[in-house]
Write a protein that binds this ligand. Sequence first.
Ligand code: CP
Length: 340
Amino acid sequence: MSRSRTIDTPDIEGSSASEPASRKHVLDLDDFSQEEISAVLDSARSMKEVLGRDIKKVPALRGKVVVTLFYEASTRTRISFEEAGKVLSADVINMSSSGSSAEKGESLLNTGLTIQAMGVDTIVIRHPHSGAPYLLAQQLDKVSIINAGDGLHAHPTQALLDLYTVRDKLGSLEGCKIVIVGDVLHSRVARSDIWGFAKMGAKVVLSGPNTLMPPDLIRSNNNIARSAFASLVEVDTNLDRAIEGADVVMALRLQQERQHAGFLPSLREYIRRWQVTDERMARANPGAMVMHPGPMNEGIEISNSIAHGGSSVIEEQVTNGVAIRMALLYKVTIGPAQQL
Ligand code: CP
């Protein structure tokens, strides 16, 4: 259904007659179709228009309550969800495990049941344990769940903002070459990005030390490798070679807190072989963009000049994250736009 835009109401383009049926939870991108991803990106474009107004406020989620439930640190994801909810007029309540009854030993499930009993509509959860958002989605019947990052497993809202950023710049994701470099093994962002980019027809090349490539992917026995998208994902540990012809180079944070197990010969060696630098970007396609999900270790996985140079779209990723999270909060809390 086409809608005329008013001062109060975003024109949610993604909610056309072809938009897939409503969705209750956002857990990962493995159960999103290409059409549904496109609809979310279209919806986010309209949400971004709202963010560009002098008065960033629409009543779309008035009377709805969103809880952000963070058991791990976050800057971007947490603040952008809070901003997204507030721009849409939801009442947003932030809860950290620190200072909550989780510190007294309350289980995740009992915390979720307690929040549900307060009449909350949507819970946005980040948790160090893979699968935590799935537990809440299975056990809570009145609340929508959005995964804001679970363990090493998934970070679907980051992946959607990454897809949005690339599509916004290049017009289409089909046929693009995306190089994801660094600590793929420990990156939930990379796992969701692989699903998203491959589903949209982009080619994904993973690069970094062999020890930081996900062994399940290399051994070709995981569900991505068995999927129809497998031919679009490959590993090349030689970054100088992998980066040739790239349209996008995404550096991942080297998770130094996880490197005590001897994954790297040395930090100096890592920087020499896998840092995204001006010299390496010269091998990519002209106009290739540099991305990073943040937070960055400048001078380690990415050079200072690249992080803040003309090819960087890292701050645009952050801006687009607010729009994507608005689109997702709207989608799971209200549903398709024709219900507005
Ligand atoms: N990209 C990301 O998830 O950043 P935060 O940890 O700051 O939310």
